[in-house]
Ligand binder design. Structure first.
Ligand SMILES: [Mg+2]
Length: 161
């Protein structure tokens, strides 16, 4: 199972925050608070990352199942996907404070822009890809990795479960 983080990887969190006049520093995950704006308002306005549909295609073209795994507000994020024409089941947008509880098999994958989530996932025994937004082209980096790793030989067992 591929587990896809939402904020940062799929949604331009920093750019959206800016439209509300809120400055956020890259890769700083502990300073955000919902004091100034509600999650409903935020995700109603949130924009997808420019690479989102290419990322979507790459995942869909693979033989792997995937879900969204996000820390919070899965309903708002599910609505955002539908507004952008992505008809994804509500049950496949999962909210979990500790994502690693969904790491159940060695070939479960997490794609996340928060290095701490990636470390916790790896520690739980899964495969984590750190989607580093501080890099000049994080999606190109991801594709280089994905085009090798999505080969079933590199996710052993994924076709059998
Ligand atoms: Mg994120």
């Amino acid at each position: 199972m591929i587990n896809l983080d939402f904020d940062g990887v799929c949604v331009d969190f920093i750019g959206t925050a800016k439209t509300f006049g809120i400055e956020v520093t890259q890769n700083d995950f502990n300073v955000w608070s919902w004091d100034k704006i509600s999650p409903e308002e935020f995700y109603r306005r949130a924009e997808l990352q420019p690479w989102f549909f290419k990322l979507w295609d790459a995942l869909e073209e693979s033989d792997h199942e995937f879900k969204f795994l996000t820390k919070d507000f899965p309903e708002e994020k599910h609505s955002l996907l539908w507004r952008h024409g992505i008809q994804f089941p509500k049950t496949d947008v999962i909210g979990a404070e500790k994502k690693e509880i969904y790491c159940r098999r060695p070939y479960d994958v997490l794609i996340d822009d928060n290095i701490d989530n990636c470390k916790a996932w790896s520690k739980a025994g899964g495969i984590a890809y750190f989607f580093d937004l501080a890099q000049p082209d994080p999606f190109a980096d991801f594709l280089s990795w994905w085009n090798v790793k999505a080969d079933e030989a590199n996710f052993p067992g994924s076709e059998k479960c």
